[in-house]
Design a protein around this ligand. Structure first.
Ligand code: UGA
Length: 243
């Protein structure tokens, strides 16, 4: 599981929640990639405490990496995670499944069970994503019945990043495929990260529906910015407590 993360007041709380989930998943390797020019002490300590096998990487998103006034989130970080995985596997040693699990989502443990069966690309809908109650494929009898989204239904794959998992062999057979570019190698348009990745890997007809048809198993919750108007940034403030 590749998790991009960046410094903010709720970073530690978000990563702690994800840690408490992934600790229960057998054989999971948690690749945490900081959007930062260093690997921070805060994240290093958290990973050291978290009882899961982890890899700690960093790559900063430069300011110029913006277009159409949109800053793609977590792109260089997920690609750093993909490169690490590709560097540590080969086409003959590619059992496993890759999942992009953002740090501000909640995960039911069943999503990790479901993705283990992935042959190519598995999919399920994600709650609270894209301005609707649940976005992505709605399945019936194990096949996609319809897609539901609040915007961009013309996207080749109207699905959130947390709504799919990819077999590692598929990624190894397509060594040049990364996130953030379309098939013509142009920068992805806003909201097209997922589609541009998946269209390079799989036909829509071959997507594997997973998860219960009538329940969400991943939530794009997005932790609210803490409301702390009475806090002040006085350098003489004796408060030196990591939150
Ligand atoms: C949605 C999707 O859920 C994301 O997976 C997708 O990357 C994003 O849209 C997009 O299209 O750019 P959104 O709420 O916009 O999500 O993004 P966040 O959940 O705030 O960020 C996605 C991930 O990137 C998080 O793990 C976050 O920690 C990380 N991130 C965010 C960074 O590494 N750097 C940043 O500057 C911002």
């Amino acid at each position: 599981m590749i998790t991009p993360t960046y410094a903010r007041l709720t970073q530690k709380s978000d990563l702690t929640s994800v840690c408490l989930t992934v600790m229960h998943v057998r054989k999971l390797v948690w690749i945490v990639v900081e959007d930062s020019d260093t690997r921070t002490y805060l994240v290093a300590k958290l990973l050291a405490r978290c009882k899961v096998s982890s890899v700690h990487l960093n790559v900063v998103t430069p300011d110029y990496y913006k277009h159409d006034k949109w800053k793609p989130r977590g792109v260089l970080q997920r690609n750093a995670g993909l490169s690490w995985i590709r560097d540590h596997h080969s086409i003959d040693n590619c059992s496993g499944v890759v999942y992009f699990g953002d740090d501000d989502n909640s995960y039911d443990l069943r999503v990790f069970e479901e993705m283990k069966e992935t042959k190519g690309v598995s999919v399920w809908p994600v709650a609270f994503s894209g301005g609707v109650k649940i976005e992505g494929p709605l399945c019936k009898d194990g096949v996609i019945d319809k897609w539901h989204s609040g915007w961009g239904s013309e996207r080749p794959f109207p699905i959130d990043m947390a709504g799919f998992a990819i077999h590692l062999c598929l990624l190894m057979r397509n060594p040049k495929v990364l996130i953030g570019r379309d098939r013509q190698n142009r920068l992805s348009k806003p909201g097209y990260l997922e589609s541009n990745l998946l269209e390079q890997l799989v036909d829509k007809d071959l997507l594997e529906c997973r998860g219960p048809p009538d329940e969400a198993i991943v939530w794009h919750v997005k932790t609210a910015e803490p409301d702390i108007p009475r806090e002040h940034n006085d350098p003489s403030d004796p408060l030196d407590i990591e939150v």
